[in-house]
Design a protein. Structure first.
Length: 166
């Protein structure tokens, strides 16, 4: 299983259930990585999308503790155990965890690869991603060139799990 995330300084990822900044270049990268694949997210992440609708041309799986939650066009699971059963239907290399904070933390130990867009900007934040640079079992394997979009400086990076200690 993979994960994909955009992190800002101090590994910040969101504020008041919204992205810290919109970056069309990163959105295109996200689409390229996840199109035709399986995306796993929490309820709040789904509800933060335009119109609160699942992403097109992907299998959307929503992990929520609300066992009554339903949304057209998505598979809803109410536990990690139930998610694991559902994910047995798919190639793990085609599964991407896409947020939010609690889902990343629950599923990080099950992921083998992390696609991390690192943005060198500070914004107020109330949600964070675990700092993979401080985690012994993750290794930075790809570090792209710095790019800019408006006032955002960012680069695409990839991390691979090396061992299972974190």
């Amino acid at each position: 299983m993979n994960l994909i995330v955009a992190v800002f300084n101090h590994w910040a990822i969101g504020y008041k259930n919204k992205l810290l900044a919109r970056n069309p270049v990163d959105m295109k990268y996200f689409r390229e990585k996840t199109l035709g694949k399986v995306v796993v997210m929490g309820r709040k992440t789904l509800e933060s999308f335009p119109s609160g609708l699942p992403l097109k041309d992907r299998v959307n799986i929503v992990l929520t503790t609300d066992s009554d939650y339903q949304v057209e066009g998505a598979i809803v699971v109410s536990s990690v155990a139930e998610l694991e059963i559902e994910l047995e239907k798919y190639n793990p290399e085609e599964v991407y965890v896409i947020g939010g904070e609690s889902v990343y933390k629950q599923l990080l130990p099950r992921c083998q690869k992390a696609y991390v867009t690192k943005v060198e900007n500070d914004f107020p934040a109330d949600t964070w991603f675990p700092n993979l640079d401080e985690c012994e079992d993750w290794e930075l394997t790809v570090e792209g060139e710095e790019q800019t979009y408006q006032d955002l400086k960012f680069k695409f990076t990839e991390y691979n799990r090396q061992k299972m200690t974190c």
